[in-house]
Every structure is written in C-alpha cells, then in structure tokens.
Design a protein around this ligand. Structure first.
Ligand code: ADP
Length: 257
C-alpha cells in the first residue's frame, strides 16, 4: 500500500493507488499529454489498472484525446465518478468545468488536489498525472501535495530542450521524486516513400542524459502525423493503431517503467 498523501481528504481517494506517475515537461507543445495518455493505455494493455488525471489545468487535452460520450458528472461512494474510456479511468477539469484557465498558481494546486481527492479512483496500479507544463511553484507544490512516486520527463531533441530536462530533473530531485525516464518526442521522421529516418532536430541528447544523470530509461518517439490525428480523434493512439511500430514503442516504454 502506498503512503497516504497529505492533501485534503486524500486518504480515502488515493489510499488504494499503488503508484502515482507524473508526466512532466518544461514547455508546452512537446507532446507531454500525448505521451501521458499513450503510456497510460499501454500500461492498461499490459494488464494494469490505470487512471489518468489531467492536471494540465491551463490546457486540458484529455477530453479531446479520450472522448467520452457524455461528460455528465455522476457520484459514487460519495465521490465524483471518473469518466472511463476503454477500461481506463479519466478525470480532467475539461470534463467537469471548462472555466479553469483563469485560475492562478496557488488556486490551481488547491483545485487540482480537490478534484483529485474527490474522484472515486478505487483500486489502481497506476495513476498517471499529466502535469501542467513548466518547473515552477505550481509543479513543485503539486509534487508535494500529491505525493508523486516517480516522474517521466518529455522533451524534444533540441539543445535548449536538453537544458529543460536538466531543470525538470532538478525540480523533482528537490522533492525527492525520482525521474525514471526521459521521452524524447518528435525525434525523427520516417520518409514514407523511402523509409529513411530523418533526424530533423539533430540526434538529441539521450546519451548525455543517461551518462550525466544516470536516468535509466530514455525513449525516442518519431514525429508522425498519425499520432496527432489520433489525438484529435478521441481514441488513444495505442488503441486505434495497436499493431503499429509506434504503438509497440509505447508498449516497450510502459513495460520498462
Ligand atoms: P503538450 O502536452 O506537451 O502540450 P501535446 O501532447 O498536447 O503536447 O501535443 C501537442 C500537439 O502535437 C498535439 O496536436 C499532438 O497531437 C501533437 N504531437 C505530439 N507528439 C507528436 C508526435 N510525436 N508526432 C506528431 N504529432 C505529435
């Protein structure tokens, strides 16, 4: 059983959650949400009980990426019943209230811990937390209040992005959350006619990350239009393209967590 987090009423809500995995990035638009949802569904395909909390309050993308038929708020066991798509429990401000973009930092952490703690997650092996982008106060507070177990950092291959990853690892170090891996998203593009891999932004820094910081797991994901099409379609990529090479890469990533 997991050590009980400290936020309001967390005990009951998260008492049967084994591992909280945060998916984080320094900047928006690098594919953090895409990674979070596909890792979550890959874990579920491996047989785990999984929930996803969209903590990216400024731009909740879960309702687009995992479309529910009706996002009606219902209650069970005195808590909000999470939405569910293909066996994965989902919660996002985007499902319950779309006014959240106007909130400021401390309110964000408060509101998030409230939504998280009033959701009836039940028994989960993994709760995947799609963090707000950045490495500031909001993220630090969240890491502490939510008692995150480990972090997966998402980045792109540019030199500046490497600096971002270092910042992200340092932030999680501060609150004793181990960074278990780095996903270098949009690493390369496979030309459809020739099958040749093009490293558009350079080869990236996964090796340096492994050597300098001892981060055990780094994955490279391609830039591929089918990934963004899937995001917009409302069915997670690893479900809609389950036989594809990219889906297999997400499965490998989930397996090694
Ligand atoms: P973030 O959560 O970091 O803001 P998202 O996961 O929302 O980023 O991705 C931003 C946009 O880029 C989305 O439209 C998404 O579909 C697209 N995208 C993410 N990763 C890839 C990829 N590897 N290939 C193609 N498009 C991608």
């Amino acid at each position: 059983q997991k050590a009980v987090p400290t936020g309001p009423n967390m005990e009951g809500a998260l008492g049967r959650v084994q591992t909280i995995l945060a998916v984080a990035s320094c900047k928006g638009g690098v594919g953090k949400s895409t990674t979070a949802i596909n890792v979550a569904y890959a874990l579920a395909k491996l047989g785990a009980k999984v929930g996803v909390m969209d903590a990216d309050i400024y731009g909740p993308s879960l309702p687009t990426m995992a479309k529910v038929e009706k996002s009606v708020v219902e209650f069970q066991n005195g808590r909000i019943k999470p939405m569910e798509v293909a066996g994965v429990k989902l919660m996002s401000f985007g499902y319950v209230n779309d006014q959240s973009a106007v909130m400021r930092g401390p309110m964000v952490a408060n509101m998030l811990s409230q939504l998280l703690s009033t959701t009836d997650w039940g028994e989960l092996d993994y709760l995947v937390l799609d963090m707000p982008p950045g490495t500031g106060d909001v993220q630090l507070t969240l890491s502490q209040v939510l008692n995150i177990d480990c972090a997966l950092i998402v980045t792109t291959p540019q030199r500046l992005a490497f600096v971002d990853v270092v910042k992200g690892v340092a932030m999680f170090d501060k609150v004793n959350v181990p960074s278990v891996g780095v996903v270098q998203n949009m690493s390369y593009f496979v030309a459809p006619e020739s099958g040749v891999k093009h490293y558009i932004f350079g080869k990236g820094y996964t090796k340096a990350l492994q050597e300098q910081f001892g981060i055990p797991l780094t994955a490279e994901m391609p830039l591929d239009p089918s990934l963004s099409e899937a995001s917009d379609s409302g069915t997670p990529f690893v479900i809609s393209h389950e036989k594809s090479e990219i889906a297999q890469k997400y499965m490998n990533l989930a397996q090694s967590l």
